[in-house]
Ligand binder design. Structure first.
Ligand code: BES
Ligand code: MN
Ligand code: ZN
Length: 498
């Protein structure tokens, strides 16, 4: 769907959406429509238990006195509570009421008491509509036309369209990144193997991202025994892809911020095979890598003033005659050895080598990894926060702050040496699992062994937030893209200035 900013006008055919604030009070355009329709809006709001609260919406069909075939009242609640996320959520709600329209205009009036300008309200509502309109329907060949959304363009009517468009422009680019991630996460594993993941990302070169790919042979030379052990049971060979964006002005810090993604394109568990029920979910075990790719898309598209590198470790974890066995000992690129007790604890093995290589090759000042790493994080936090582990308090606060401002929430979990004894091995430097207790923490403790002392690091365990089975205000069912907006905000607010 396309978003277009136009000057506000009420003569539109099709659907017109206007604002109503708390206690059913009509804003200026709603008041005008109410007059034209001889009080239809007031009658509707008083009869239908619609108070104009945020999140409410009401449809008036075939109103008299206007060209429009449908008027949608969008509740925005009290002006002072109309924040960026509230505006986005109102947009998401609006989408469900206009998706079957042929033509729709949303009229954005100034909102008294809101800290947001009209342009910001317009841009963020449009952003909410857009994010909620995402669909992954390429494999539905039999879906009837009438069951699909028909709206091609949403016009947003606002007094200064140029200003609103300017505010929307970066949001449009970020949403392209989010959609790139959602597409990757939704794609089944027979299509999205490591090689194909790289092929899809190569298209991002046109945005100015510099690509570097490591093949299996090169990884062998580099000594990436941990990652290669995971890959060795699969017919699809592994890859590492680095996407580099150099956007910082000359005088600034040269060292990049790095983002690393777990890209297990399918996680069967390997020889420690998973139960059949729900195993199909493991097509999205590349969610971290998907976020890194979508984030790099967003940063490059909006020409972020930052040096950033995105690295994805791509493997398929399969059982076969060549697969690694429980009890095998692998040597990681860092030289540390790992006893593989459970081949299903593979993400940490992939990240160990991807993160080590990242530090050797790119010398980042800060490194943030994302991974659908543990089922245990879902036991701890459910589906509404991602787990965050970090060796740096300042970085943690920044991440939590960006989480709150984008609605992609993080909850900090502990790291502590006491957990290390759970991963002690009899024959190697560590084993890859630490038992049931504190499963997400022991996984993070293992990752920390592959972080150089001078690097600020955070690990985001996104197993609970990468996919949603329920519709959320600005996220439809399916792959969420959680992390793209969060990390784009982090970069924009904390790493692009001075
Ligand atoms: N990819 C899984 C974690 C996961 C589970 C992600 C559910 C999303 C939803 C990971 O590779 C895994 O299998 N972890 C094991 C670790 C265990 C063997 C120590 C787990 O969580 O059970
Ligand atoms: Mn696994
Ligand atoms: Zn996994």
């Amino acid at each position: 769907m396309r978003i277009k900013f136009v000057s506000a006008q009420l003569k539109q055919k099709g659907t017109i959406a206007v604002f109503v604030s708390a206690k059913g009070s009509l804003l200026s355009s709603a008041t005008k429509l109410n007059e034209k329709t001889q009080g239809a809006l007031k009658r509707a709001t008083s009869n239908e238990g619609f108070s104009g609260a945020a999140g409410q919406a009401l449809v008036i069909n075939s109103p008299n006195g206007v060209n429009a075939s449908k008027i949608v009242l969008v509740g925005i609640g009290e002006g002072k509570k109309l924040t960026i996320s509230a505006a986005q959520a109102a947009g998401g709600k609006l989408w469900s009421l206009i998706e079957k329209s042929n033509d729709a205009v949303l009229i954005v009036d100034p909102v008294q008491g809101s800290a947001l300008s009209v342009a910001e309200i317009a841009a963020n509502m449009a952003y909410g509509v857009l994010l909620k309109s995402y669909r992954f329907d390429k494999y539905r060949t039999k879906e009837k036309r009438k069951d699909k959304p028909t709206l091609r363009t949403l016009s947003v009517g606002v007094r200064d369209p140029a200003k609103a468009k300017k505010a929307f422009d970066p949001l449009q680019k970020i949403s392209n990144g989010v959609f790139f991630t959602r597409d990757l996460v939704s794609e089944p594993a027979n299509i999205l193997n490591p090689e194909n993941f790289v092929t899809k990302c190569r298209a991002l070169s046109k945005l100015g991202l510099k690509m570097q790919v490591l093949t299996e042979t090169q990884m062998k030379k580099l000594g990436m025994g941990a990652l290669l052990g995971v890959a060795q049971g699969s017919a699809n060979s592994p890859r590492i892809l680095a996407m580099k964006w150099n956007g910082a002005p000359q005088a600034r810090e040269k060292r990049p911020i790095a983002f690393i993604g777990k890209g297990v394109t399918f996680d069967s568990g390997g020889i420690s095979i998973k139960p059949a029920g729900g195993m199909e979910d493991m097509k999205w075990d590349m969610g971290g890598a998907g976020v890194v790719a979508g984030l790099m898309y967003a940063l490059a598209a909006r020409k972020a003033k930052v040096n950033a590198v995105g690295i994805v470790g791509l493997v398929e974890n399969m059982p076969s005659g060549t697969a690694q066995r429980p009890g095998d000992v692998v040597t990681s690129m860092s030289g540390q050895t790992i006893e593989v007790i459970n081949t299903d604890a593979e993400g940490r093995l992939v990240l160990a080598d991807a993160m080590w290589w990242c530090q050797q090759k790119f010398n980042p000042h800060t490194m943030i990894d994302l991974a659908t790493l543990t089922g245990a994080i879902i036991i701890a936090l459910g589906y509404h926060h991602a787990g965050m582990f970090s060796n740096d308090d300042d970085l943690s606060l920044k991440l939590i702050d960006s989480g709150k401002s984008t609605g992609e929430l993080l909850w900090r979990m502990p790291l502590a040496a006491e957990y290390d004894k759970q991963v002690k091995s009899q024959i190697a430097d560590m084993k890859n699992v630490g038992g049931r207790d504190a499963g997400s923490i022991t996984a993070a403790q293992i990752l920390q062994r592959f972080i150089r002392g001078d690097v600020k690091w955070a690990h985001l365990d996104i197993a609970g937030v990468t996919w949603t089975n329920e519709n959320k205000p600005i996220v439809p069912r399916g792959g969420t893209g959680f992390g793209v907006r969060l990390l784009d905000d982090l970069v924009a607010r904390f790493y692009e200035k001075g």
